[in-house]
Ligand binder design. Structure first.
Ligand code: UD1
Length: 363
């Protein structure tokens, strides 16, 4: 079975790495081909992840780069089509909800190729989010829908997807997390950054809805800085956010005292930082899952989440993006201790193995 996997943006790499490893373990009947669309291209957003996750170099790099959603989606479609024709895979595997995910799935389906979507069925219910459109459209056309939790199964069933397409396998992102934890712990990122273990916050922020409007971004920072007292904050800034920060005087002032604005970190470096954080503040999707497994209190700076299971499991709380909501949620999260909660069902490090078993059953 020739499987062509597609990665494009930072959150894709840790999802595909364990699947490629599992295919390798099975050996024949699998032949694995990797396509990188080049949606993310900075060393710190892309190359370092290949190294940290021991991923093979891509067989194809489409080098699409940045652009509007239409430009980026169209560029992936145009450039991946000849590759899909040339390779003629038995299965195209796409993960997550980024523009590359939808573009690859759409192109492959129009070539009548079989497509599997890993992390299917997540729904925020918020159609102003580009990722929600990508999720809905990708799931609508894929043949195999691999899910991380039973709520996702329900979403897919409600949308009319036949039961035999839905496979509840667990969370591949957690496969990567559990495999990388020992190496990440060795790194000691906090110590290297002179941060007191257990006494700092980690912040990430990159959603267009939060960072593109300077007034909204200023409100979010006001709330964060007010609610965290003297706590040092490490902020690995996504490129799209970094350029907006110069216009915010309070952020610039805080950057001289307890706010450390750093470049995006590598996977292991970042994971290491998470393991000894007091609290995580984020608008990312994947971080809500990682903190759930690590038991680190997480405040999600969004109005909704496509990952409600992380709210049920104790470590995550949805703050909204108003000053009041963020202040209250940070206060409550700081009152919690880092503790191990029972992880969600099948978030056990074996999701990729289940995916590959399912596929192997068909060969
Ligand atoms: C994308 C995903 C988002 C994911 C995020 C993680 C979509 C719709 N969004 O958002 O779901 O959570 O990645 O990082 O696919 N840029 C660089 N260097 C890079 C990549 C991007 O400087 O390597 C800058 C460019 O100026 C670009 C901007 O970041 O315009 C946004 O990049 P883009 O890939 O369009 O979306 P993200 O915001 O990264």
């Amino acid at each position: 079975m020739r499987v062509l996997s597609v990665v494009g943006a930072r959150p894709n790499f840790m999802k595909v790495a364990p699947i490629i490893r599992a295919m390798r373990r099975h050996g024949a009947p699998f032949e694995s081909i990797l396509v990188h669309t080049g949606q993310h291209y900075d060393v710190r957003m892309s190359d370092s992840f290949f190294r940290d996750l021991a991923m093979p170099a891509p067989d194809y790099n489409l080098e699409v780069g940045s652009g509007s959603h239409a430009d980026q989606t169209a560029a992936v479609m145009t450039r991946i089509e000849p590759v899909l024709k040339d390779v003629s895979p038995d299965l195209v595997l796409v993960v997550g909800d980024v523009n590359s995910t939808l573009a690859a799935a759409l192109t492959a389906k129009k070539l009548n190729q079989r497509v599997a979507h890993v992390e299917a069925g997540l729904r925020s219910g918020d159609r102003t989010m580009p990722e929600e459109i990508n999720r809905l459209a990708t799931d609508a056309i894929c043949d195999d829908l691999f899910t991380t939790d039973r709520l996702a199964d329900e979403n897919l069933r409600r949308e009319g997807h036949p039961a035999d397409r839905i496979h509840f396998v667990g969370n591949v992102m957690i496969d990567s997390l559990l495999a990388a934890l020992p190496a990440a712990r060795e790194i000691g990122s906090a110590e290297r950054m002179s941060l007191p273990a257990g006494e700092y916050a980690v912040l990430t922020l990159h959603r267009p809805a939060n960072v593109d409007d300077p007034a909204k971004l200023a409100e979010i920072f006001d709330a964060i800085l007010d609610a965290t007292g003297d706590l040092p904050i490490v902020f690995p800034a996504h490129p799209r956010t970094a350029e907006k920060l110069t216009a915010l005087p309070r952020v610039q002032a805080a950057a001289k005292t307890r706010l450390m604005i750093v470049e995006p970190l590598g996977y292991l470096e970042f994971l290491s930082l998470l393991t000894t954080a007091r609290i995580v503040l984020t608008d990312s999707g994947g971080l809500q899952e990682e903190t759930t497994v690590l038991g680190v209190p997480c405040v999600t700076l969004r109005e909704n989440t496509e990952r409600p299971i992380t709210l049920e499991h104790g470590a995550n709380r949805l703050a909204g993006v108003s000053r009041g909501g963020i202040t209250t949620a940070i206060g409550a999260a700081l009152a919690m201790k880092t503790q191990a909660f029972p992880p969600p069902e099948l978030w056990d490090g074996k999701a990729a193995e289940r995916i590959v078993q399912t596929l192997a059953g068909r060969t």
